[in-house]
Design a protein around this ligand. Structure first.
Ligand SMILES: Cc1cc2nc3c(=O)[nH]c(=O)nc-3n(C[C@H](O)[C@H](O)[C@H](O)COP(=O)(O)OP(=O)(O)OC[C@H]3O[C@@H](n4cnc5c(N)ncnc54)[C@H](O)[C@@H]3O)c2cc1C
Length: 520
């Protein structure tokens, strides 16, 4: 027996992104096959969401009538509707800077840390997605909507003709032959179409060659139990209920805690750091790095790795082509930079949004091909902008004040973009990182480029001033205000004070804060 079928749309890869796209295509009335090489549930990395991620998830699942998934856009509704799916609480972004092998002294000026709150309370907070359960739920929902799901299917070939694409492969000992009018590749970096079509890979401009080593752990304690902060100072959120980043010369470590006793942790680092630590020797390298940072040594003293370590010898990726006449790569298959600012999910969801609208509005129109080219160009441009920013952060991991300043580029435009979208004014922030904004885009590029070659304290100070100037029209949360000493709480008054920047009245801001649950 062979597996045959003719569909409107074939989606390759059933991570949350492929399943979500498949569901949207079904909701638009198309026949859809979703092809997965592996089997759910599976252990997969890429877990930390952001306010923009969750807003996009909420928008997409509302627009395409997927109510059971809308609940996953906030910690509180997730706990109510899907308590069976493990989840982590993410109230903000926590960064600590370390000099390896140095005892950590408490820095009263807080120049060795950056805490940026993303939500004022748990109920409406962001989350870390425990992908084994999260992605399984998405596949189940897709199947319930009538998506044909083929798991444990190895696709081996693709052939494009004038009116369809044929996919061939095997499912166990059965041959598989599927045809579709359009193929969406959601199979991740170096994925199915990239390899089958023999597409080239390109470098990301100004981004170093980096690697990753990571795992899921049990028995990891909480940083707050180490009582590092001075007693009278209360951080804007519990520091562990966050994406916790430990930055040092050559790389950084992430720690994400879930409510099922599992902690996701890993290190991303330059090739030279990875060589020095001998990443190939996975457990030893991990222990060596964590033991050279006192707070991590204590936090991981009893930790046990769950499914072994995983290593990615080349983290960044950029495909030379993103779309053809009858196929498109989702942003997560078109490229990847680094997990540093949790940019993978929002980029992917923005891509899903664009591609879904294209299929919704232009499927049979003569403009389809032209608009697909625009989709490809935007996807690549957003990837490059992300690479530029994170490349500038890598260049300043020893110069933490510059690192903090550069990260404000991200926090300013991310919070601005989220807010104007919530205010139903997305035209005020049309591109990720505002990279094509006529004033901000060029300033952003200049700053990121200059950040690669900072040599002196003066240059570093000047860079910080230039960052503050560049973000000023978008800075609606008081970033860079020295009174905060690198701890940024969420404060509704900041938005009212920035009403002009977000082109909104007090009434509009109040309504928006009520509708997103900020004020009750
Ligand atoms: C180390 C690391 C940490 C990250 N952390 C974050 C983070 O904290 N926040 C964030 O926003 N982003 C993060 N990302 C990025 C994030 O993982 C991706 O943006 C996200 O996983 C995309 O999900 P996806 O569903 O597109 O792909 P995936 O989850 O990669 O799913 C791809 C699916 O395709 C299947 N597949 C692959 N090849 C084939 C084939 N030939 N045929 C059929 N099926 C195939 C795979 O089995 C898999 O199920 C991280 C990435 C890495 C590498």
């Amino acid at each position: 027996m062979s597996v045959d079928g003719a569909y409107d749309i074939a989606v390759v890869g059933s991570g949350f992104a492929g399943s979500l796209f498949a569901m949207i295509a079904r909701r638009l009335g198309y026949s859809v096959v979703l092809v997965e090489r592996g089997k759910h549930p599976r252990v997969v990395i890429g877990e930390s969401s952001t306010p923009l991620t969750n807003l996009l998830l909420e928008e997409l699942t509302t627009r395409y009538n997927l109510p059971s998934l809308t609940s996953l856009a906030k910690w509180g509704s997730w706990q109510n509707v899907h308590p069976e799916v493990a989840c982590g609480l993410k109230r903000g972004f926590t960064f600590y800077h370390h000099n390896l092998n140095c005892a950590g002294e408490t820095d009263v000026k807080r120049e060795d840390q950056l805490l940026v709150a993303a939500s004022p309370r748990d109920e409406i907070s962001d989350t870390h997605w425990y992908r084994a359960g999260f992605d399984s739920l998405f596949v189940r929902e897709a199947v319930n909507l009538g998506v044909e799901y083929l798991d444990e299917t190895e696709l081996l070939g693709v052939a494009e003709s004038s009116n369809e694409v044929a996919l061939t492969g095997r499912r166990g000992d059965q041959p598989v032959r599927l045809t579709a009018r359009f193929v969406v590749d959601a199979s991740g970096p170096h994925g199915f179409l990239h390899r089958s079509l023999g597409l080239q890979s390109l470098d990301l401009p100004n981004f170093p060659s980096t690697q990753a080593l990571y795992g899921h752990f049990s028995d990891v304690s909480r940083l707050e139990d180490q009582h590092r902060e001075t007693p009278h100072e209360v951080p804007p959120y519990p520091v562990d209920d966050a994406a916790v980043h430990h930055v040092f010369d050559g790389g950084w470590i992430w720690v994400l805690q879930f409510n099922n006793g599992i902690t996701s942790a890993g290190v991303a680092a330059t090739d030279s750091f990875a060589a020095r630590m001998n990443f190939a020797n996975e457990a030893q390298a991990w222990n060596r790095i964590t033991e050279s940072i006192p707070v991590l040594k204590e936090q991981f003293v009893k930790a046990k790795v769950q499914h072994g370590f995983k290593r990615i010898p080349r983290l960044s990726f950029r495909s030379a082509r993103v779309a053809g006449k009858r196929w498109a790569l989702l942003p997560s298959a078109a490229g990847f930079v680094d997990p540093l600012l949790s940019t993978g999910f929002p980029l992917t969801l923005l891509g899903i949004d664009r591609l879904a609208r294209l299929i919704e509005n232009d499927w049979d129109s003569p403009d389809f091909t032209t608009k697909l080219k625009t989709y490809a160009a935007i996807t690549d441009a957003e990837l490059i902008a992300t690479g530029r920013l994170i490349g500038s952060l890598y260049a300043n991991m020893t110069n933490f004040p510059a690192f903090v300043s550069l990260s404000l580029l991200y926090f300013a435009v991310a919070s601005f973009s989220e807010t104007v979208r919530r205010l139903k004014k997305p035209y005020l922030a049309q591109s990720f990182l505002l990279h094509d904004h006529p004033a901000f885009g060029p300033a952003f590029n200049r700053i990121c480029d200059r950040a690669l070659t900072i040599r002196s304290r003066e240059e570093s100070d000047q860079l910080s001033k230039d960052v503050l100037q560049a973000i000023e029209p978008f800075n609606i949360i008081g970033l860079g205000d020295s009174k905060h000493r690198n701890w940024y709480p969420i404060n509704a008054q900041d938005l009212f004070d920035s009403a002009v920047k977000i082109q909104s009245s007090e009434g509009e801001i109040s309504r928006m804060l009520r509708s997103c649950g900020f004020s009750i």
